[in-house]
Design a protein around this ligand. Sequence first.
Ligand SMILES: NC(=O)c1ccc[n+]([C@@H]2O[C@H](COP(=O)([O-])OP(=O)(O)OC[C@H]3O[C@@H](n4cnc5c(N)ncnc54)[C@H](O)[C@@H]3O)[C@@H](O)[C@H]2O)c1
Length: 366
Amino acid sequence: MVQFEPQMSDPMPGLTAGVADEHEQVVLCRDRRTGLRAFIAIHSTALGPALGGTRFRPYDSEEDALRDVLNLSRGMSYKAAMAGLPLGGGKAVILGDPRVQKSPALLRAYGRFVQSLAGRYYTACDVGTYSEDMDVIAEESRFVTGRTVGRGGAGDSSVLTAYGVFQGMRAAAEAVWGAPTLQGRTVGVAGVGKVGRHLVDLLVEGGASVVVSDVYEPALAAVALAHPDVRTLGDTGELVRQSLDVFAPCALGDALTDEVVASLRARVVCGAANNQLAHPGIEKQLAERGILYAPDYVVNAGGLIQVADELDGFDFQRARRRAGTILETTREVLAVAEETGVPPAVAADRMAEQRMATAGDGIWLP
Ligand SMILES: NC(=O)c1ccc[n+]([C@@H]2O[C@H](COP(=O)([O-])OP(=O)(O)OC[C@H]3O[C@@H](n4cnc5c(N)ncnc54)[C@H](O)[C@@H]3O)[C@@H](O)[C@H]2O)c1
């Protein structure tokens, strides 16, 4: 039996104002028996039940964890809205070191909290959680996706994430050079993990010249083995300073800092990483330097499209077709940005907000 301890006072004074004001529901989950401490944040269910992964990582404080889950769940609402999915935005964080604290009992306790939301929130994988963990959570909850192939799941979402990023990049190339192709362009991919590696495959196949960077030598070695013509660098700062046509951040968030934008020589930025803009205003700096930024949550929605497809019984070809619509969506965002004279990131936010605002009265119930 999960022991739930209700929190009577505001645990995070200061956070209820500002970003938390936007959220429909935030749940603090605690189970003394297994040591579970988690937050589940539902930003919006205006378009449907909230869907978003569970991040499992050691945070410096509960306040940090709460801030992260609030930001991430908000991002999921915007991503789902722009992907045209009948889904809202949610996210969860489990506080702790997954290598030490993750156990089947803890995941099951967490699954009971997910179940307690009765389908208003569907969970999936994120940093620190894997499809195998989703199978355990699913022992307690029906509202789980991103499961293993053996359990009817879709498996690794990075294939369609990379495919969607590639489509977004084609749209950006069309806006800048007049044709939706990367043929003959030089593309720098920062981070060749699960998504970056697949993106390199697509770029090479599409006739681009590719340079990559990673801080993890085996990741570079794997790319060099698959594509001997691809140049590999151990330093992303060096990659940014190369003579690139396109820069694709595919590692961590905050990739586009003041320094990176100042030294970037590429005309297009389009990559898989979430939350690429290090602070508000970076989108304007990019525009002022004549760099077209394809908004991260518009182009990296392929993974979300995949786990959403799983809710209907996974069909790879159907999910791939849906991820292919990222080409058209990115075109639309860039066209609206051009027409209204705002950076693409601002145009995408406005389009997503409008979709949510016109979708009914919110507070989705199963
Ligand atoms: N996997 C998905 O389906 C998916 C979906 C949407 C968004 N994303 C985002 O895309 C990004 C990549 O995801 P992933 O699943 O490929 O993760 P991953 O952990 O498999 O790969 C990340 C890679 O980046 C490298 N890296 C870390 N710091 C770096 C740096 N400073 N410079 C260069 N490389 C660095 C790591 O060594 C690793 O090889 C993440 O920001 C993730 O949130 C992933």
